[in-house]
Structure formats: C-alpha cells, structure tokens
Design a protein around this ligand. Sequence first.
Ligand code: EPZ
Length: 416
Amino acid sequence: MVFKINGGNRLCGSLKIESAKNSVLPIMAGAVLTDKEVIIENCPKISDVFAMSDILRSVGKIVKFCGENLTITPDEGFVGGDLNFSTDLASSVRTSVLMLGALSAKTKKAKIPYPGGCDFGGRPIDIHINALKMLGAKIAEEDDRIVCGSPIKGGKAVLPFPSVGATENVILACVLGKGDSVIVNAAREPEIVDLAAFLNRLGAKIYGAGTSVIRVEGVKNLNGGTIRPSPDRIEAGTYLVAAAVTGGEIELNNVNAENISSLLGKLCDNTCKFKIKNDIIYLHSGKRKKAFDLTTGPYPLFPTDLQAQASVLAAVSDGRSKIKDEVFKNRFAHVVELKKMGAKVSVHGNLATFDGVPVLHGAEVCAHDLRCGAALVLAGLNAEGTTVVHDVKFLERGYYAMDKKLAALGADIVRA
Ligand code: EPZ
C-alpha cells in the first residue's frame, strides 16, 4: 500500500482531531482490570487499536466499535484457562507490554510474550521489569515469555528515566490489591493523566498523575465506565506542520493547545501565526520559514513523536537548523528518505543538522516507522513533482484516514 502525492498545494480548511492513540491503547489495557463494560469515545479506527482489540479478545473480552465509540465487555462464553495471547499479536503493538501489569493485577499471574512497536534502535523493557520488582512482583522468563507472579505488595518504585510505558505498567499493576505504591520520576505525559482519570472513574485511587510522583492506593475491584480521552496531540502537531510546510492556513477542532505548546513555540519561531479559542487552533503559515533548533525530551519538553515531522520543516527553512532527539537517540530513519527528496542534512549521533532548501522534490520513499511515514507525507506535500510513500501500513498504525483528511484540506494525495 502506498500514498501517491503531487506536491505544491497549500493546505486550507478545517479538520477534527481523533482521541489520542497513546491514551486509548493503555486505557484498553486498563479495561482488563474490570468485569464491567468500558466505553472509549471518539476512538480512532487505527491498526494499533485493532491489534490491542485482538489481544483483549484473547483474554476474554468482547471488543467492538459502535459508531465512533469502542465498547469493551466481558465475554461470558470465554473459556480461556490462563489468559494469554500470541507472540505475533504481542509483537504487533508496543502496548502489549502493558498486559503484564494489567493481567498480574487481575489474575495474580501474567505470562506474556515480549512486545513490539516501531523499531528505532530497540525498545527495551528493563525499566518496566525493575519497577515492578521494586514493588514486590516476582518476574521471571519462561519459554520466551515474561512471567509476573505474585501481586504487587506496594512500596516505592523509582524510575531511572520517566518512561511512559513503565509508568503506565506500574499504575496498572498497582490499581487492584491491598498495598499502597508510589512511583517516583514518573512520566508526566497527558496520556498518563488520561489513564489515571479513566481508572479513577472506575473506582481506582490514583493521585498525582501528570506530576513526577504518582501514588496508587490498591482497591478491591473496579466498576465500568465511559471515557473520552484527550485529543491526539501528535496527530494535531502533524497537521500543523503539514500546513507550515505548504504555506497553508488550517483550523483544527478538538485540540488541546496546552499539550502542544512546545511545538507551537517552535512554529512561531518559524514565522507561523496562531489563534487559539477553546479547543480550536487556527494556524496561518508565513511564506518565509526561519531556521530553528530543537531538542526532544520527556513531557513537557518537545515530543520525540513530532521530531520527524519537525525535521521536514527544518529541511525547507532558510538557514541552519539543529534537531536533537534525547528520548530515542536513533530515531532518524526519515533522514535518508528526506535526502532522496533533496534535503541537505547530516546526522551525527542523536543530532541532525539541516541546511534549508527552498523546496523539496518528489521521489519514491519508504516509511520505516509510524512517524517517519508521517514525515514523508509532509515532505511530499511540500515537494515539487510526485512523491510515492511506500509501506504506509506503518503510518496507518497511528493516523486514521490521513489521505482523506489531507485531501479534504486540498492536498493532491491518493492511497493506491
Ligand atoms: C511511548 O513509548 C509512546 N508509545 C511513544 O510513541 C513515545 O515515543 C514514547 O512513549 C516517548 O514519549 C505509546 O504510548 C504507545 P518510553 P514507550 O518508555 O512507552 C527507554 C508513537 O510514535 N526505555 O517513554 O515505549 C526507551 O528506549 C510512539 O506514537 C528503556 O531504556 O517510551 C527510550 O529511549 C513511538 N527501558 C526512552 O526510555 C524501558 O524499560 C523512552 O521510552 C523503557 C524505555
């Protein structure tokens, strides 16, 4: 599957942003903790959600879309024995690892395959494992699977890095049970706040989400409930950069400007103008683009998930821009593809240096991972001539109907 793009059109118009993929996925793992119905509103129909849905089905849930909402209910007819799922399923989505915390809390013993996810130089899970051990879990490896026996006893887990997934895994492992647990140096991303808000709505007792110290008081069981996760800040940021690299003007509905303030600041430096009203952002892109520097980091610093997209803007901004990724130090698969489109860029370690060119030119390029794919689409929108982005299956893990949304804004793009 490819996206074929004839570049050069200014993007104009408005579009609605989906609920955040990186909130929906951990919330789906959290649904394992209750035997009641869970409804996730405005849920994106993306392949990572479909993969997590199959994982939940294999541990005894009925998962289905009802319009824009995803409903998760117990499968009364499930005869599953030990709750487990296949290695293929686990390796198709990073958040399969969250089933370790969720299943060990729910069934007191979890045995799961190693997770997958986009590959930019390895996705270790040592922080997850060590944090669970600090709270009394017994973790072992059995036939190529991770086993988390004996429930959390409570205590303090100090993370060496504010890992988003490890923070989520520990929260899920601690919600049910007797002990009180504290996570120190927790991730502060808005998606953590969403997960805690969801679980608290079901009756959990989680305090401090969004700060670097999170406390969880174990409870006996959880009710059901409905959640509308935050808007997807990475999807929103991707479309704002799309407008910037095409000199366009767009209006985004269902966005939380506070969650992408780091990007808005960079786009201002780059001569974009904004108007923000409630959950609407209106962006007008300046003609001349000025070079900028950025370094990614844990929230609220600039998100690594927008690094590849910002690289495209740097590639066509006057002057020299430097982009450093301090979260995933090898996340530069997009650079070799952007060079095929005329970008002047070099990478040393985790620093990419761009000397801006007036415009890119079309080429055949490959989406090596989700955000690399998104970046190459943005590059194609800017480029003179035709760009063909291959392997858009990676892109469709995290973007619902990207081709249709861009076409509605005036882009010349088809899925073929
Ligand atoms: C989450 O991944 C997101 N995925 C990623 O988004 C995002 O890039 C990342 O957080 C950082 O914000 C989901 O939420 C599904 P981490 P996660 O644990 O949890 C190292 C996207 O494009 N690390 O915060 O896997 C790790 O290698 C995806 O939507 C360890 O060393 O990220 C990285 O360098 C891609 N050991 C850093 O920490 C561990 O046990 C941050 O990883 C865990 C992580």
